[in-house]
Design a protein around this ligand. Structure first.
Ligand code: AR6
Length: 174
């Protein structure tokens, strides 16, 4: 299986690219964003600042790529998940776009492996079950058409996300 789920801290993963659940400013924050900038050091923030100067941040559902500073991965892909607003603001499509646009950057940068956190399920309060369904379905669909991606890992920080993501992956086997 190219799709896997693991529990842990995404900053420790030695993989081509890890994904950051950032915000539109790209200038850091709490949650996994804070952990990535803390562990990766100032190089990541400096790269983000250059992107901000060029294009003025990152819109919801879009993604940008930077170096990974001191992290063991080669790149950090920063994507901006939607804030959950009851589901009436196209949150599901916006979350799917985060996965699609991150995977497009993987292809464009000749990467073979990527690790995702459970985007939007922390501070942005997207319901975890629905988010897991969107994450697994979207990535699985993308991989059908892009056979050169070898490994996608969903890195879950909490047991609930781990169990929900595992359940979604099991559905693909049936
Ligand atoms: N490794 C893997 N997953 C993690 C880690 C980690 N080190 N730390 C937290 N998580 P969140 P969001 C999980 O809140 O909901 C920031 O301030 C966490 O348990 O990081 O997309 C940004 O700057 C949860 O399951 O991101 C934005 O302002 C998941 O990562 C805002 O938060 C996402 O939680 C983005 O909110």
């Amino acid at each position: 299986m190219k799709l896997k789920v693991e529990k842990g801290d995404i900053t420790t993963f030695k993989i081509d690219a890890i994904v950051n659940a950032a915000n539109t400013s790209l200038l850091g924050g709490g949650g996994v964003d804070g952990a990535i900038h803390r562990a990766g050091g100032p190089e990541i923030l400096n790269s983000c600042k250059k992107i901000v100067a060029e294009q003025g941040g990152c819109k919801v559902g879009e993604a940008v790529i930077t170096s990974a500073g001191k992290l063991p991965s080669k790149y950090v892909i920063h994507t901006v998940g939607p804030v959950w607003n009851g589901g009436t603001n196209d949150e599901a499509q916006k979350l799917a776009n985060c996965y699609i646009n991150s995977l497009k950057l993987v292809i464009e940068n000749n990467c073979k492996s990527i690790a995702f956190p459970n985007i939007s399920t922390g501070i942005y309060h997207f319901p975890k079950e629905k988010a897991a369904e969107i994450a697994v379905e979207t990535v699985n669909d993308f991989l059908q058409d892009h056979k050169n991606i070898e490994e996608v890992i969903f890195v879950c920080f909490d047991d609930e996300n781990f169990d929900l993501t595992n359940n979604e992956l099991k559905k693909l086997d049936q």
